[in-house]
Write a protein that binds this ligand. Structure first.
Ligand SMILES: *Cc1c(COP(=O)(O)O)cnc(C)c1O
Length: 423
């Protein structure tokens, strides 16, 4: 490595120790990604994916067999009846929005079981005074049950609320987002689903599955979720899909979401794939492996920074529920140095120096390190950090472990250069 990068010899020793520490965690990640790879391969074979599915359609996209077959392949991969997986979902937030508007009707109410949702959902829901055609504008009620002090869903309170009033939707966010609560394992989501259906069998369970796909051997659709949704520039796009999103779950609900994505009466029958089918198939095929590489990068970062005297969550050997690792760097100087160092290891835009900046929708300045082939793709190595206590960097992605390791190590080296880490 030192042939190509300027890394302090003592830091190289930490690197070796960190990788040694991660041995068992890496073996478990390999086991899961092998299982998932076999599952995905079997779904391709079962659905007879052929070269003719990889072609292009234009205009209305009527009869695009590649597009329609991909939806069945994806459904099989996540243990669902049906799915919508399309390049014309413009982001994860758009996909989640289509899922919610697809299912909810004026007068309905939704209950979020996992505290305050991910920042970009606030505008979709219409809380905190947002309107702009939000769910609230359409007369859809919203409530949330706060997480316990440990950051766990409060099952007792959830059951209480569901037995007091009629909620059409119970909403679960699997990943921690940019909070320090633990992400939910599929097993935990299963417990939540069971609790919901016990008191309110008619309530639909919708899961924001962003960052969670292929981290475990099953998805929330196998433990009671009625719909899951996520972004293709995260896990299930495998680092290859250039844009897009998916919704998977019950057939009738997927049809309803199709009517929202395009328009009532037309739904899923249209939508030209414009040549993106090949990238979506390839990305899905690569996803189990790519997610494994990102998970190894996350575990490695946790181990390296623990050895260097910083706390990180989850711990390097903990069971993971998503691809995010947060490293508590303690000071703004450390945070900036880390992000600037990591940027130096990016395959694209390595020469750029990230700086903290005001961002719309954030109260504090934010610094981001990312040098990706796909703009904003966080399955590629990236770090985001608001400049506030506890000065944590949220790290995710890494298309392959060797480049992820290099990025993380260059982040640490930059902290050495600034005298923040003393070796
Ligand atoms: C990324 C993410 C979203 C939103 O996706 P965008 O593509 O950024 O719009 C929503 N929820 C969670 C948990 C996410 O990680």
């Amino acid at each position: 490595m030192q042939q190509f990068f300027d890394i302090h010899p003592k830091l190289i020793e930490y690197d070796l120790k960190a990788r040694e520490l991660c041995k068992d965690a890496f073996a478990e990640i390999d086991r899961i990604s092998m299982h998932n790879q076999h599952k995905v391969l079997a779904a391709f074979i079962k659905n007879g994916v052929s070269e003719s599915h990889l072609g292009i359609s234009t205009g209305y996209g009527y009869g695009d067999r590649g597009r329609d077959t991909l939806e069945q392949v994806f459904a099989d991969c996540v243990g669902a009846e049906d799915s919508l997986i399309r390049h014309n979902f413009v982001s994860g937030t758009h996909t989640l929005s289509v899922m919610l508007f697809g299912v909810l009707r004026p007068g309905d109410k939704m209950l979020c079981l996992t505290g305050r949702p991910y920042d970009t959902l606030i505008g979709v829901l219409g809380i905190d005074g947002h309107s702009d055609g939000s769910l609230k504008d359409f007369g859809i009620g919203y409530e949330q049950v706060e997480l316990s002090e440990k950051g766990e869903p409060d099952i007792k309170e959830i059951k209480k609320r569901l037995s007091e009033e009629n909620f059409k939707v119970a909403y679960i966010q699997r990943s921690r987002g940019y909070s320090l609560r633990p992400s939910l394992t599929v097993e935990k989501i299963g417990e939540l689903c069971k609790a919901v259906k016990e008191v309110s069998p008619e309530t639909l369970i919708l899961v924001d599955n962003c960052y969670g796909e292929f981290v475990d051997t099953i998805e929330p659709t196998s433990v009671g979720a009625d719909l899951i949704a996520g972004s293709l520039i995260k896990n299930p796009g495998g680092g290859i899909a250039p844009t897009g999103g998916y919704i998977a779950g019950r057939h009738d609900l997927i049809e309803a979401c199709g009517y929202r994505l395009t328009c009532p009466g037309v739904g899923r029958e249209v939508g030209a794939s414009l040549g993106h089918n090949r990238e979506l198939y390839m990305g899905l095929f690569a996803a189990p492996h790519t997610v494994g590489e990102a998970l190894k990068t996350a575990a490695y970062a946790g181990a390296l920074f623990e050895l260097l005297g910083f706390e990180s969550t989850p711990k390097f050997d903990a069971k993971r529920a998503d691809i995010i690792e947060s490293v508590l760097l303690k000071t703004p100087e450390a945070l900036v140095a880390f992000c600037q160092g990591m940027q130096k290891g990016a395959p694209v835009d390595s020469f750029v120096t990230p700086e903290p900046w005001d961002m719309p929708g954030y109260d504090d300045q934010v610094i981001m390190a990312a040098g990706a082939f796909t703009l904003g793709a966080s399955i590629e190595l990236s770090a985001d950090a608001p400049l506030r206590e506890p000065y944590a960097a949220w790290l995710q992605g890494g298309l392959n472990f060797a480049s992820g390791q290099a990025g993380v190590l260059l982040g640490a080296q930059s902290m050495v250069d600034k005298g923040i880490i003393k070796l």
